[in-house]
Design a protein around this ligand. Structure first.
Ligand code: TMP
Length: 220
């Protein structure tokens, strides 16, 4: 059985990545591919508990290194329970956030630096990297405005995953810059989509990129 294909979606809160991942999953399934979708933090029983603790705004005074370690604890569980088994079965795995998020948010946003994140990744994730990463990076203002509208809706529904969204603009600027740096450094794996186009335009672009990469994989 040939190994599957691992795709991650990255971007700021409000970048539209979760919507795009859902649309891509639907398109791939409609074309007869077997697809597993998951997200980080979360997706496993342990991961959902880690997510609840890390994202709830009532969780306060979290040391940046503790935050990073918990993100990796979640990821290790997700790799063992979801990602590796699905790849071994030849499936396409779509994951909403992966280690690039830790590099951008904890490495950039919290100021821990890239090296510490990448070192932990080598140890805890056995240096597993996606075959392709779609990085949605519209302007900081567009993302922040969308994230704020979503938080308003969430609070009205009684859910609270707002701990990160409570951070100020300077934090998100650091996250944004680190994402740009990752996109430039990892330009074979990461495709950066920076324009703030319609959902349909971005969707079409992503399908083209993914189809091209999947064809390249089967012919290699
Ligand atoms: P999301 O599921 O809406 O994308 O939210 C997850 C939040 O967690 C988001 O604010 C980014 C943050 N996060 C990190 O800070 N580091 C990480 O490694 C991951 C996976 C997420």
């Amino acid at each position: 059985m040939p190994r599957g294909f691992f795709i991650t979606f990255e971007g700021l809160d409000g970048s539209g990545k979760s919507t795009q991942m859902r649309l891509l999953a639907r398109t791939l399934q409609a074309s007869g591919r077997e697809v597993t979708t998951t997200r980080q933090p979360g997706g496993t029983e342990l991961g959902d508990q880690i997510r609840a603790v890390l994202l709830n705004s009532s969780t306060q005074n979290v040391a940046p290194l503790a935050e990073m370690a918990l993100m990796f604890a979640d990821r290790a569980q997700s790799i063992q329970a979801i990602i590796e088994p699905a790849l071994a079965e030849g499936k396409i795995v779509l994951c909403d956030r992966f280690t690039d998020s830790t590099e951008a948010y904890q490495g950039g946003g919290r100021g821990l630096g890239s090296e510490r994140v990448l070192a932990l990744h080598r140890t805890v994730c056995d240096d597993l990297w996606p075959d392709l990463t779609i990085l949605l990076l519209p302007s900081l203002d567009a993302s922040l405005a969308r994230a704020r509208r979503r938080n308003g809706r969430q609070l009205a529904q009684g859910t609270d995953e707002n701990r990160f969204e409570g951070e100020g603009r300077a934090f998100y600027e650091r996250v944004f810059l680190k994402y740009q740096e990752i996109g430039a450094r990892e330009n074979l794996r990461v495709v950066t989509i920076a324009e703030d186009a319609s959902v349909e335009t971005i969707e079409k672009r992503i399908v083209e990129i993914v189809e091209e990469r999947l064809t390249r994989k089967t012919s290699s």
